[in-house]
Design a protein around this ligand. Sequence first.
Ligand SMILES: NC(=O)c1ccc[n+]([C@@H]2O[C@H](COP(=O)([O-])OP(=O)(O)OC[C@H]3O[C@@H](n4cnc5c(N)ncnc54)[C@H](O)[C@@H]3O)[C@@H](O)[C@H]2O)c1
Ligand SMILES: O=C(O)C[C@H](O)C(=O)O
Ligand SMILES: [Mg+2]
Length: 603
Amino acid sequence: MWRVARSAASSLCQSRRRISTAIPGPCIVHKRGADILHDPWFNKDTGFPLTERDRLGLRGLLPPRVISFEQQYERFMESYRSLEKNTQGQPDNVVSLAKWRILNRLHDRNETLYYRVLIDNIKNFAPTIYTPTVGLVCQNYSGLFRRPRGMYFSAKDKGEMMSMIYNWPAQQVDMIVLTDGSRILGLGDLGVQGIGIPIGKLDMYVAAAGINPQKILPVMLDVGTNNEKLLADRLYLGLRQHRLEGDEYLAIVDELMEAVHARWPKAIVQFEDFQMKWAFETLERYRKRFCMFNDDVQGTAGVALAGLLGSVRAQGRPLTDFANQKIVVAGAGSAGLGVLKMALQAVSRMAGPHADSHFFLLDKDGLITKERKCIDPAAAPFAKSRGETKELGLCEGSSLLEVIKKVKPHVLLGLSGVGGVFNEEILRAMKESDSTKPAIFAMSNPTANAECTAEAAFKHAGENIVFASGSPFRNVDLGNGKTGHVNQANNMYLFPGIGLGSLLCGARIITDDMLQAAAECLASYITDEEIQMGILYPSIDSIRDITAEVGAAVVRAAVVEGVADGRGEVGPKDLKHMSKGQTIKYVKENMWFPVYSPLVHEK
Ligand SMILES: NC(=O)c1ccc[n+]([C@@H]2O[C@H](COP(=O)([O-])OP(=O)(O)OC[C@H]3O[C@@H](n4cnc5c(N)ncnc54)[C@H](O)[C@@H]3O)[C@@H](O)[C@H]2O)c1
Ligand SMILES: O=C(O)C[C@H](O)C(=O)O
Ligand SMILES: [Mg+2]
C-alpha cells in the first residue's frame, strides 16, 4: 500500500521527464541500445517490453521473448537455490563468497531486480551483503575486484576533491556512507579494501529505508594503511603508504566534507568504521556543521540501549530500574564508549543528573580506574574510583573474570573485537549474576570476532539468559523442547531510520535527542510476550516497518528541537502539524520500492 514506484531515470532524466510530459517527447532515458543494457539503473534484461526495445534501439540486442519481472525473479531465486545445493559440504568461506558473487553480479547488472530480491529475502541475504560475509569480502577485496562501486578519494587527490565530486554521474545524492578503512568490523585496518562496508551499509539503506539507489554514494577515503601485509601485497589496490596522521589527515577529511557539502548540501553523511581517535574527533568536528553521524558510536549506542532496556523488562522490572543495573562492558573503543555515554544519559533522565551509575569498563588492559595512566578522555567518566574498587576487592587492571565474580553484573556486554574473550569460565561466572535473567551481548563482528557463540552462552551461562550478538547466530536448541532465542544486536536496526528521518525532515544537524528518540522507538517495538521469550529486537523481516517508525521518531524529535528545515514541498510547519501516525505515513510514502518503470512515454 505504501510502496512507491521507482523513478525510472536519473535526476537529470527526471527533470527532462517533467519537461517532456508537457511537450510529449519520445523517451524518458537519454541512453540508447547497449548503453542501457550495461547500466544497472535502467537495465531490465529480458524484461524490456517490445515498445521499449523498438524505441530505445534494443531490438536484436536481446533474445526475442519478453520475460516478466516475476519470471526473472523466480529464475534468479532458482539459480540461487541450486548454488546453495551445489555448494553443500564445501567450506563456509567458499559458500559465503559464492553467494556474495551471485548477488553481486545481479547488483552490477540489474539494480531493480537486485533490490527486489534483497528486500523480499532480507533475512536470508543480509548475512551475505552485510555482516559477516561483507567482512570476508573486504579482506579479499583486491582479488575479488571486478568493477568499481562508489567513489574513491585518496591522499593524492588533495586539492582536487571539489572538482572530482562532479565526476559522480547522479545529479542528486541523499545518503553517503564514508569510511577510511581504518577499523573494519573487528578485522582492523583494511585500507581501501574497506569500501565493502559503505556498499553493504547502503544496500541496507535501500532495503530497509527505501532510499533510492540512484541517490546513494559509498565513499572510500584512502589516506594509506598501516597494515603491513596489505602494503606488501602486489594486488593491493590502495595507496601504498602509511596512514596520514594529525593535521594532514584532518585537512583531507575537511576537503572531502566541503566538496560533498558544496555539491549536495542536503546529503546525510554516515561515518563508518573509523578507528577510535578519528571516530570521536571527526564527530565532534563536523556534527554541528554538517548533517552527519557516526554509526559505530551513535547507531550502536541506540541499538545497545534498546536491548539493555529490553533486558530490564525481561527481569520483570520497571524501566526505571535501568539506573540500578550493573553493566560490565568489555571494550573501551568507539562503540563501547558510545554505548556507555548514551546509557549514562538514560540513567540521568530516569534517576536525575547526579544518580550513580553501575557501569564497569574494561579494555585490553583490564578494568579502567582513575589510577590508569594516560586514560582516554572519553573513557574518564566511566573510570572507577579507588573507593569503589576497594569496596569490591578490585583494582586497576582487574581481569574480566575477577570483575564478573565480584560485581555479579546484570549485563555483560562485549564490544572488544576479540573472538571468544567470553570464555567458559567467564560465562559460568555469569550464572552467579544478581539478575534473574542475566544478559549477554557479544556484539563484535564478524562472527569469528564475537566474544562468544550463542551455543557457548546458553551452555555455560545457563538457559535463563537473554542473548544477543552483532552477527547472526542460529537459535539454540536447549534439548528439552525449549529454544534459546538469539537476538541480533546490530546497528542495522537504527542507522537506516536515523538517516531516513534526518533526510525527510531536512535536518540541519543530527542531535542527541534525535538519536535518543530512535533508540526509544526501537525499544518500544517489542511486546511483553516477546520479551518473556527472550526476544529483545524485532525480526529483520520487518526491517522496513521498523525503519519507518524509527525514521518518524527522528523526524518528530528534529521538529521539537527546531533543526528540521523541511524537504521539498513539505515545510517545517507541515512537519510540525503532522500527528505521529501522519509522520509514519509520510515516511512510508517516501520509501522507494523496486518495480520496472516505463523508460519511454506511451505516446
Ligand atoms: N553490533 C554492532 O552493531 C557493532 C557496532 C559497532 C562496533 N561493533 C564491533 O565492536 C568491535 C569494536 O569496535 P570499536 O569501534 O569499539 O573498536 P575499537 O578498536 O575502537 O575498540 C576496541 C576496544 O576493545 C578493547 N579490547 C581489546 N581486547 C580486549 C579484551 N581482551 N578485553 C576487553 N577489552 C578489549 C581495546 O582495548 C579497545 O578499547 C568491533 O568488532 C566491531 O565490529 C559492533
Ligand atoms: O557493520 C556492522 O555489522 C556493525 C558495525 O557497524 C560494526 O562496525 O561492526
Ligand atoms: Mg561499523
